[in-house]
Design a protein around this ligand. Structure first.
Ligand code: ADP
Length: 260
């Protein structure tokens, strides 16, 4: 198995009896390591848009007498600023989520209402790519959760489905419940994900195509936020995907049983 970081102290009590205190801090070390990695990644990820902005500003300064160029590069600057602010927002969100569940405000929610809100939030981006969002509510389960976080997580899944589909395509969102488990599925017929990437896409900053992700305003944090929201709700998120066929992301939560 995996090596563990164990510290043991053995105190002899008498001739044939010892007291051993074993201190296992494997998890604490792993958490510390993961925090450090995150900090390094964050500074690296922030440098890219900041560097791009400064270069764009310099170019505009030098070519100030060419209005067409100024317009083009200003537009690029606006796009980079938008991505930078999304990045900062998501970094704050993920730090908050990793901090623990104590900050969550759980309330009884109608899942189809939450899904509806997420779909509406994703509508503008979908319209821009001429993508139809089709919602299919098969069951109306009630769940216990933080409304804003659930909307954010589901919206991330829908935004991705839109982003990784061809223009004019359709994205389906279904709500179902079975055996005490509520499930929201987001189904696209987009580019799909290679089997070797399917586990890693939930990692912070992991993208299968960094250039494409950056170009479409992606941050590489969306799915890791979705995963953390699921974990904070004792739920799960899973992917089924086939390159060239499409992807289905399924977000599951326990159905809330009303006390009677
Ligand atoms: P990003 O901001 O890059 O979209 P995410 O964390 O949301 O970051 O997703 C991580 C990566 O997973 C993406 O860069 C992309 O490679 C892949 N991905 C996520 N959703 C989809 C999807 N619906 N179809 C194809 N690839 C996807």
């Amino acid at each position: 198995g995996t090596p563990r970081f164990v510290h043991a102290r053995v105190t002899p009590l008498d001739d044939d009896l010892c007291l051993a205190v074993v201190n296992d801090n494997t998890e604490a070390r792993a958490a510390e390591q993961s925090r450090r990695e995150f900090a390094v990644n964050v500074s690296h990820e922030l440098k890219t848009p900041i560097g791009a902005l400064s270069l764009l500003a310099e170019t505009i300064e030098e070519g100030a007498d060419d209005p067409e160029m100024v317009r083009r590069f200003s537009k690029k600057m606006r796009k980079e600023s938008r991505r930078l602010s999304k990045l900062i927002q998501e970094i704050i969100e993920i730090s908050r989520l990793q901090g623990g569940a104590s900050l969550l405000e759980h309330e009884v929610l109608a899942l189809d209402g939450v899904v509806h809100e997420a779909v509406e939030a994703a509508r503008l981006g979908a319209d821009a790519r001429n993508i139809r969002l089709v919602t299919d509510v098969r069951e109306r389960p009630t769940v216990l959760g933080d409304r804003d976080l659930l909307v954010m997580a589901l919206r991330n899944l829908i935004d991705n489905a839109v982003q990784y589909s061809d223009e004019g395509a359709e994205v389906a969102i279904s709500v179902d419940a079975r055996d005490g488990v509520a499930a929201v599925a987001v189904i696209d017929r987009g580019i799909g994900i290679d089997p070797k990437d399917q586990e890693r896409i939930f990692e912070r900053f992991y993208r299968t195509d960094p250039a494409r992700s950056r170009d479409t305003g992606g941050t590489g944090l969306g799915l890791s936020i979705v995963k953390h929201v699921a974990l904070q709700h004792s739920g799960s998120v899973a992917v089924w995907s086939e390159p060239g066929v499409g992807s289905t992301f399924t977000f599951k939560l326990a159905v809330h049983q009303e006390a009677s």
